[in-house]
Unconditional design. Structure first.
Length: 323
């Protein structure tokens, strides 16, 4: 008697929990170029997170420090032993500003994405499962928000929330909440579509027959199956959040330098330096944005490719093909 062939989900369920985590499982399943993209993205993202956590230890000066024991910092000073990446027109140390900027960026990402996931998933579950007039209203509102350019919505929400204030908590929370409004429709759409599909599945019908409440069905049966693509959306939204935060700072809706360090604001201040040949004030904040966004994007795109069974199978066939 031939042995029973196990399906991929059955094999995955037998793996240890540590190998079934979202990013770890994708790393195990990746091969070739997919693994290279994922590893590169994880390295860049890990460096970004570590710099944010260790910013007080890595940065030689504070984000708004203008002097030390030897006196005031020179303005627009080129890179030197004392100021590794030079100083800005305001006398701030560029290296310290870039390092402290990682803390601002990661705080905005965590707050914005966490709030948008919570609101988007909850509204998507209720809308998709309950349906009726509530579903129609939520879909119209989500489509209306999604139809507008994300940056325009973020600017309007930032003005409404911050009311011209530029303090650390006011500016960061305003940017985070503004980005949250932009991201909620994305999670709402994905979870709602999955909830509509799953509520017609036999296991949901069986739960109804045995008397399970709607809240229990949504929380125990539909939620787990409808949120499998959340890690992918999270990684892509994290990179988009950095770009929106930088755009808000560049357009003047960000955070003042005395309240926190923000890369978009530093880029705006460096515009006038370019024509004078002062390249260091804009190069390093710009590189920080590019590399951080690149890291999250590589992770997101790798997870997206590995979630497609055709691409995953094709990669393994190439790996196992004879030379």
């Amino acid at each position: 008697m031939a042995p029973k062939t196990q399906t991929l989900p059955e094999i995955e369920r037998r793996l240890p929990l540590s190998r079934r985590l979202p990013v770890v499982s994708h790393l195990v399943a990746s091969v070739g170029v997919q693994r290279g993209m994922l590893v590169a993205g994880l390295v860049l993202t890990s460096v970004f997170v570590l710099l944010a956590v260790l910013a007080p230890l890595v940065a030689p000066y504070g984000f708004s420090q203008l002097s030390d024991a030897s006196g005031n910092f020179p303005t627009q000073d080129p890179p030197s032993a004392k100021h590794l990446w030079g100083t800005t027109v305001g006398g701030y140390d560029v290296f310290s500003r870039v390092i402290w900027g990682t803390q601002t960026a990661i705080f905005v990402i965590v707050v914005a994405v966490a709030l948008s996931i919570f609101a988007g998933v909850a509204l998507g579950l209720v809308s998709g499962y309950v349906g009726g007039w509530l579903d129609r209203i939520l879909v119209v509102v989500a489509d209306a928000v999604y139809a507008f350019p994300s940056l325009l919505v973020a600017i309007v929400m930032s003005i409404v929330i911050s009311r011209g204030q530029s303090s650390l908590w006011g500016g960061v929370l305003a940017a985070a909440l503004a980005i949250t409004v932009v991201f909620i429709p994305q999670y709402f759409r994905v979870v709602r579509a999955e909830a509509i599909r799953l509520k017609a599945e036999p296991f949901v019908e069986s739960a109804k027959v045995i008397g399970a409440s709607s809240w229990r069905i949504m929380g125990r049966h539909i939620f787990r199956n409808a949120t499998r693509s959340i890690p992918l959306i999270f990684t892509l939204n994290a990179s988009e959040a950095i770009l929106i935060l930088a755009a808000l700072g560049f357009l003047g809706f960000g955070i003042e330098p005395t309240s926190a360090s923000e890369w978009g604001y530093d880029l705006k201040q460096a515009l006038s330096d370019v024509s004078a040949g002062i390249w260091w004030t804009g190069l390093f904040p710009g590189l920080a944005i590019v590399l951080t966004v690149l890291g999250f994007t590589l992770v997101g795109e790798s997870i997206n490719d590995l979630g497609d069974a055709r691409l995953r199978t094709r990669g393994r066939k190439r790996k196992g093909s004879p030379a």
